[in-house]
Design a protein around this ligand. Sequence first.
Ligand code: PLP
Length: 327
Amino acid sequence: MFDEIPRESLAFLPTPLHRLKHLGDSIGLDELWIKRDDLTGHSFGGNKTRKMEFVLGDARAIKADTIVTVGGLQSNHCRQTAVACAKAGFRCILLLAGEEPETYTGNLLLNSMLGAEIKFFPDDHLLTMHSRLDEVLETLKDFGLNPYAVPAGATMPVGVISYAVAMEELYSQTQNEGFTPEKIIVATGTAGTLAGLIVGAQMLDLDVDIIGVSVLHGAEEATLQVKNQISRIIDKYPEVDDFKPTINVDDTFLEPGYGIMTEGVRTAIDNFAKMDGIFLDPVYTGKAGLALMRMAINGDIKSKEHTVFWHTGGSPALFAYPELAKI
Ligand SMILES: Cc1ncc(COP(=O)(O)O)c(C=O)c1O
């Protein structure tokens, strides 16, 4: 799938797939598995490393020299962009929404260690950063550089297809384990990962219920964004036939807001760590983990249903949440 698209080798693939035995037992799921994209590799892994393989392949093909992207202060995407650039030899500029903190922790600390050039925008927030991207790009061009803009979360068709390829990887692993996935739970922010998985399942003709746990938008807006990403992929890549996607977004844990820790998220982080030694993150996978637990306890997942929790990474952000130490 997408074999002809230029790609940099950045991730350690395939990422492991294994059972979540103790957590599964505790919430009545006999067939609970985890796909470890928190182990995609360099600098603590995560889902953006898969996307950056194709994004940097594209940047190299047009002879770009500088990658510019946007995110929040603790953006996992920015950290994975910084490490991808360090490894592949691109200059990296990160535009972060928020005030420069006195102390760099978590992803921000790693970004500076990776040599990324960081610019802070105290009056902006995640959703206003794309106009900053355009401004900085124009300035860089004026200086004779050939910059390449990567939107938040590397959610652009060439990034999103990486998760169609990842679905193929998961399918092959589950076949080796003797099952076919029936449910997948994954965190969704900029919609790219979820859109890619849906495209991959369609290309493989797989009947799997993929549930995106939204941390950024309400279900209606998130669904629209996933739809939009899928349409862009259908338009760009002839190997993807037109189809009407089924999009399933769970926004139960959206409030009190992006990156704000709740007791529920703490419980999910705590359970995954103490039962199976898995570190979730406070912003994305903590909410997805909580949604998984809720679905299991409510009976929305049957005990024999083959369920994959897709871990999308983010653990360095844990170090920016000292309140977790009180669990
Ligand atoms: C740990 C983690 N999980 C999930 C996501 C969501 O991925 P997407 O933006 O492709 O929806 C992100 C995005 O930054 C992330 O950092």
